[in-house]
Structures are given as structure tokens and as C-alpha cells.
Design a protein around this ligand. Structure first.
Ligand SMILES: Cc1cc2nc3c(=O)[nH]c(=O)nc-3n(C[C@H](O)[C@H](O)[C@H](O)COP(=O)(O)OP(=O)(O)OC[C@H]3O[C@@H](n4cnc5c(N)ncnc54)[C@H](O)[C@@H]3O)c2cc1C
Length: 377
């Protein structure tokens, strides 16, 4: 057991206990807020903190759990239970889980020791600004943050258009390029209270509005060496990428299962005519069960760095995004006019499912990366 795990033993729960508590939190605390989160952009901070206390953000972290006890599959299941009710909250969970994953994979052990316990139990809320770096590594766009080496750290400038689960007292992980070098990048943990850093609410969204998503502006922000996760950003991303992408399956699985459940709810009243629709619930359930099995199998080796493994991860992520689109469209058609009401779950699921398809890695990004990896193989 690591020192950190020993310190946190009192707080860690078995996966079964954590999942049971997650279901209780969803029923008692989240369900009454879902429409407010979706339509008013309410940020479910207390729910996230309750989930943190239940251990939902530490299952995938060997540094805070006993080595043999970490379980990325349980982290995905918790996110899926939450996303079944509200995918905005499920996405905020992914942000928290993923920032913790960055610290789990940090080359800087003292940074991990200092911050990981507080993120793992959600005492500190955290996000991830890695969409631009991941797209940059896939040759889709240029890196938007640039750093310059100075005494004791780096000065960083630039902006990221959208980063979620943020606030003045939150932190997030991101990556910047180093001025004067070819392709050298640095991965850092950013404190939103840093001088020169600001959060700007520059947009409102058609779904996921309750995720506290801001533009992040860096104007000569000093990031000290003790906040550097890894001064080799490329190597870091290779270590962390399998976990980053696999964890997103929690959002997809919850969204798809909830769509299937909506179709089944409509069955007593509309089954006699819904049976003429495509993508019936039994068919989608079979596809979802297959996809879930594939995710859970890959989640057993979240530290795998080989390209062949990552190709499988990208493929299941792509399948999940495509299945979410099919399932949410079918849930709308199965629900009929009732699903079109502005508080109806079916239309909310539809909007949420498009986020599974566009959040980095988006469907087009996944297909581009798969084409590249298949060419290399
Ligand atoms: C609700 C929401 C929450 C998000 N949360 C996060 C997060 O937590 N972390 C994260 O890293 N990413 C986040 N993103 C970004 C997301 O992961 C994708 O990068 C984004 O949806 C676009 O991906 P795409 O591949 O379709 O890019 P495209 O839409 O094809 O490309 C658009 C690119 O153009 C630029 N661009 C487009 N519109 C603007 C704008 N208004 N201002 C500035 N630049 C612009 C950006 O570089 C952007 O990546 C969020 C997006 C949304 C809609």
C-alpha cells in the first residue's frame, strides 16, 4: 500500500458500497435537481461533493487505494449511474475523475501527494483542459497555450475556449507548449485563483449548461515547478490517454441505458405501433451490453500504453458515441409527442447524447485517429 493509500484508508469504500451509495445520492439528491441543472444551468456542487464522500472519484486511483483494489470499471459504473439520471452531472464527474487521473499519472510525486487526496474525495473540485492538446496531438489544431521557462517555473499565455467543472477555487490539468523548442510540451495543474488567470463565461449551451463551463484566459500566469505534473507532456499523454478516453464510457452507458428505459416505459401504451420503429429496446440493449463488456474488459488495463490497445479503446469509444446517437433518436421516436415537452427526459437525452459525440475525442476525431492507427498497423 502506498503512503497516500494508507492515509486514505479510512475514507476508501468497497466498490459495492460506493455504487450503492451513488444510487442513493442519485435518487435523493440529484433527481430533484435534474431539470434545474438542464434548463437553468444549475451547478450541482453539493451532489458532486456527496459523491466524493461516497468514494465515487477514487476507485480508479491505485495511489489512494490499495494496489490490488483499484478499479476503473467501478469509476465508470458510478458515472453511468449518475449519467442515467443527468449527464451534465455525469460529465462533471468525468472532469473530476480525469483530473485525479492526471495526478495519478504524474511524474511529480510530491504534487500527487499534496493534491490527489483532496481531488479524490471532491473536497477540491477540478477539471481538465485537454481537448485542445488532444486535438493538437491528433494534428487537428495548434496548441493554444504557450509557456516560457523562467526561474522556478513557467509563464503561460493563451486561452482555452471551454473548460468545465471550474470556479474560482477549482483546479484543472492542462498542457502548454514550451517557447523556443520544437514540439516540447509541459503538463501542469492550474489553480484558477492564480494571478493573471481568469474564467470568462462566453457562451451558453443547449445541453450541459450546468457544468460550469468557462473560457480560460492566461495572461502571464506563473506556474511554479511544484505544480508541474510532467515536464514531458507527450510522454504523460501517452501514459494517461487510455484512462482519459475509457472513463468517458460512463457518460455513454448511462445515457444509452436511460434511452432504452424510456422506450420500455412507452411500451404498454404505444407498443402496438412502436413495434414498427427501428432500433427497438431489445436490440439496443444487446448492443449496449456488448459495448459495456468491451469497455469493462479494457478498463482492467488502464495503464496500457501500446498503440494497439489504444486503438481498441478508441474503437469502443466510437461505438459508444454512435450507439448513444441511435438510442437517443429512437427514444424520441418511441416517446412521441410526450418526449417533445420541454421537461421531458427524451429530448434531454437527445441533447446529451450529442455531447457524447462531440466532446473530445469527437466522432470525427476518433475516426481520424483510427484511420491513422490502422494505416500504421
Ligand atoms: C458544454 C461543453 C463543455 C466542454 N467542456 C470541456 C472541458 O471541460 N475541457 C475541454 O478541454 N474541452 C471541453 N469542451 C470542448 C469539447 O471537448 C470539444 O473540443 C468541442 O466540443 C469541439 O470539438 P470538435 O472536435 O467538434 O471541434 P470543432 O468544433 O470542429 O472545432 C472547433 C475549434 O474551433 C475553435 N472554436 C470554436 N468555437 C470557438 C469559440 N467560441 N471560441 C474560441 N474558439 C472556438 C476551438 O479551437 C475549437 O476546438 C467542451 C465543449 C462543450 C460544448
Amino acid at each position: 500500500m502506498t503512503d497516500l493509500a494508507a492515509r486514505m484508508t479510512g475514507e476508501s469504500r468497497s466498490a459495492e458500497d460506493m455504487l450503492a451509495q451513488t444510487a442513493d445520492i442519485v435518487a435523493a439528491s440529484l433527481k430533484p435537481l435534474t431539470v434545474k441543472i438542464d434548463l437553468e444551468g444549475y451547478y450541482p456542487k453539493q451532489v458532486l461533493q456527496e459523491l466524493g464522500r461516497a468514494g465515487a472519484f477514487m476507485q480508479h486511483l491505485p495511489a489512494v487505494r490499495a494496489e490490488q483494489d483499484h478499479d476503473m470499471g467501478a469509476a465508470i459504473q458510478a458515472m453511468s449511474t449518475v449519467s442515467h439520471e443527468c449527464m451534465s452531472t455525469g460529465f462533471a464527474m468525468w472532469c473530476q475523475d480525469t483530473c485525479a487521473w492526471y495526478l495519478q499519472n504524474a511524474a511529480n510525486a510530491s504534487l500527487r501527494e499534496t493534491w490527489l487526496p483532496r481531488i479524490a474525495n471532491a473536497e477540491m473540485l477540478a477539471g481538465t483542459g485537454m481537448s485542445n492538446p488532444m486535438k493538437s496531438y491528433a494534428g487537428i489544431e495548434e496548441l493554444r497555450l504557450k509557456g516560457k521557462r523562467v526561474d522556478g517555473g513557467y509563464i503561460v499565455n493563451g486561452s482555452l475556449p471551454w473548460v468545465s467543472n471550474l470556479g474560482d477555487d477549482h483546479f484543472f490539468g492542462t498542457l502548454f507548449s514550451l517557447e523556443g523548442t520544437q514540439k516540447h510540451t509541459v503538463m501542469a495543474l492550474v489553480d484558477c485563483a492564480s494571478p493573471g488567470f481568469s474564467l470568462r463565461q462566453s457562451a451558453h449551451f443547449t445541453a450541459l449548461e450546468g457544468t460550469r463551463t468557462f473560457a480560460c484566459i492566461f495572461e502571464d500566469v506563473f506556474i511554479a515547478d511544484d505544480m508541474i505534473i510532467d515536464d514531458d507532456g507527450g510522454a504523460f499523454l501517452r501514459r494517461a490517454r487510455t484512462g482519459i478516453v475509457l472513463l468517458q464510457a460512463g457518460m455513454a452507458i448511462g445515457n444509452i441505458q436511460s434511452c432504452i428505459d424510456l422506450m420500455l416505459d412507452a411500451e404498454p401504451l404505444l407498443g402496438h405501433v412502436n413495434c414498427f420503429l427501428d432500433d427497438r429496446p431489445d436490440e439496443l440493449q444487446q448492443d449496449l451490453d456488448d459495448a459495456t463488456d468491451a469497455v469493462m474488459a479494457l478498463a482492467e488495463e488502464p495503464f496500457e500504453t501500446e498503440d494497439d490497445y489504444f486503438r481498441e479503446v478508441l474503437q469502443v469509444r466510437l461505438n459508444a458515441a454512435e450507439l448513444a446517437l441511435r438510442a437517443s433518436q429512437s427514444a424520441m421516436l418511441h416517446s412521441g409527442a410526450k418526449g417533445y415537452l420541454n421537461q421531458a427526459p427524451a429530448q434531454r437525452k437527445l441533447r446529451e447524447s450529442y455531447f457524447v459525440a462531440i466532446v473530445t475525442p469527437a466522432i470525427k476525431h476518433l475516426r481520424k485517429e483510427l484511420a491513422r492507427l490502422n494505416e500504421v498497423a
